[in-house]
Design a protein around this ligand. Structure first.
Ligand code: AMP
Length: 464
């Protein structure tokens, strides 16, 4: 099959072909015709499946082929809104819009917090057809009346599960209330919790259903390895693996921002070029580290879960779980960074005795056991006893799975766009504000603060 078989216009086929894609991925083969038909869509797809082109291409086509409505006077309206959970994903999706839309006349903009709002306000004065945004900053603009969403024709919620996990449901509902009732809605999610199903029920009208990866399954083309190691030898083991296997591009996950910094410094001492990327870093520092890593100039990028969301590096060969995530779904998201769009990848986890419970949780969710290997020269102490995993509540990214862990209650109130406690509920008539909705969750700092300090809500309550 070829892109032109999917009903895409020549200018879009030309752009993707020039970009090096020859064959549509399964999600693209299904999503593109579905979106072109104008109906709503519910798609279960992980990052790495090619989902971005799956919605960007047909959106470009629909907007190019249908003239804007209500644009006769004043500023041209924003026509498509793509909401994503993180700054990085926002930037990447918008880059895809520009790449695939290079032969169209459509314009786009990315919008996220953590950077000065004024250049965004200036940019909004010109024509923007497609806006890619994180919810918090979007609401800041709405509040300042610098953005009008009343002419949106197509709405995409990308990585919707992640947005809910990050506590954005309240913001999403506020945004939905600002959109015209008649529009096309696309919802992409890697997992389907009851909360996602409820959001989908309220948002989508008779949607086409597409699921390309089994729910919570890990991609078949990823080799998963688990090394059992001593708690205090992980650093040496990681350096050893990188050096002996000559891994040249490795994404390493830690649980905490502090841990990410410390590990990057230690790797540097071992003569392995490394940088940390997490929410406490400035946007400029994150962008720079990511760019160097993508180019291949930086050997190791150490990231926390939230910072790594949406990192899109084609054919990233190695992902290392330096520490296992305390939320098992994060394992699936982490290793989804490798083995992308058909290429092979390797995901290596360094697991010490403290983390065996986490490993069991992961094995339950991926529905397979991961054989544990022992690395010669780094044999774990057979008498080692598990110790509780300490995480500073100020920096951990996800609430621990068990009950009563640090800061499970989250920090602070749901925040409105202005940083004040948000009003309960959303406007009447909001598509998803009906009764029977799950109670809105507190929104932690969100993308503005760069992370979800202490406030994820995926802990024990999910009961999975
Ligand atoms: P996504 O799931 O949208 O984040 O895409 C994952 C990766 O697959 C990105 O690096 C894309 O550039 C790449 N990709 C998307 N579609 C294709 C395709 N049809 N052929 C090859 N690579 C693709």
């Amino acid at each position: 099959m070829h892109f032109s078989d999917l009903g895409l216009a020549e200018e879009l086929v030309r752009a993707v072909t020039e970009h090096g894609y020859t064959t549509p991925t399964p999600i693209q083969a299904q999503a593109i015709p579905a979106v072109l038909s104008g109906g709503d869509l519910l798609a279960g797809a992980q990052t790495g499946t090619g989902k971005t082109a799956g919605f960007v291409l047909p959106i470009l086509q629909r907007l190019s082929q249908n003239p804007a409505q209500g644009a006769s006077t004043g500023r041209a309206p924003v026509r498509a809104l793509i909401m994503t959970p993180t700054r990085e994903l926002t930037a990447q999706v918008e880059e895809s819009v520009r790449t695939y839309g290079k032969y169209t006349k459509l314009t786009s903009m990315s919008m996220f917090g953590g950077v000065n709002i004024n250049p965004q306000i200036t940019r909004l004065r010109s024509r923007i057809d497609i806006l890619v945004a994180t919810p918090g900053r979007l609401l800041d603009h709405v509040q300042q009346k610098t953005l009008d969403l009343s002419k949106i024709e197509i709405l995409v919620l990308d990585e919707a599960d992640r947005m809910l996990d990050m506590g954005f449901i309240r913001d999403i509902k506020k945004i939905l209330a600002l959109l015209p009732k008649k529009r096309q809605n696309l919802l992409f999610s890697a997992t389907f919790s009851d909360e996602i199903k409820s959001l989908a029920d309220n948002l989508l009208d008779n949607p086409a259903l597409i699921e390309v990866a089994r729910r919570n399954a890990t991609a078949d083309n990823i080799t998963q390895k688990v090394y059992e190691v001593n708690r205090d030898q992980k650093r040496q083991v990681l350096s050893h693996l990188i050096k002996t296997h000559q891994w040249y591009q490795v994404l390493v996950f830690t649980r905490t921002k502090h841990g990410a910094n410390r590990l990057a410094e230690q790797l540097e001492k071992d003569d392995i070029p490394a940088m940390a990327i997490h929410g406490n870093k400035s946007q400029a520092a994150r962008t720079r580290a990511l760019a160097e890593f993508k180019k291949g100039d930086l050997q190791v990028l150490v990231a926390t879960d939230i910072a790594a969301r949406g990192i899109d590096i084609s054919e990233l060969p190695h992902v290392v779980n330096y520490e296992l995530p305390n939320v098992p779904e994060d394992y699936v998201h982490r290793i989804g960074r490798t083995g992308r769009a058909g290429s092979d990848g390797e995901a290596t986890s360094l697991v010490c005795v403290d983390e065996f419970e986490y490993l069991r949780g992961i094995e339950r969710i991926i529905k397979r056991s991961l054989p544990r290997e022992i690395l010669a020269g780094f044999e774990p102490d057979p008498n080692a006893r598990a110790q509780p995993i300490q995480m500073r509540s100020s920096e951990h990214q996800n609430a621990p799975r068990g009950r009563g862990g640090p800061s499970r209650s989250g920090q602070g109130q749901p925040r409105s766009a202005q940083g004040k406690p948000a009003q309960p509920g959303s406007k009447p008539g909001a598509p998803s504000a009906g009764p029977g909705q799950p109670r809105p969750k507190a929104r932690p700092g969100g993308e503005v603060a760069g992370g979800r300090p202490g406030g994820s809500h995926r802990s024990g309550g999910r009961g999975r």
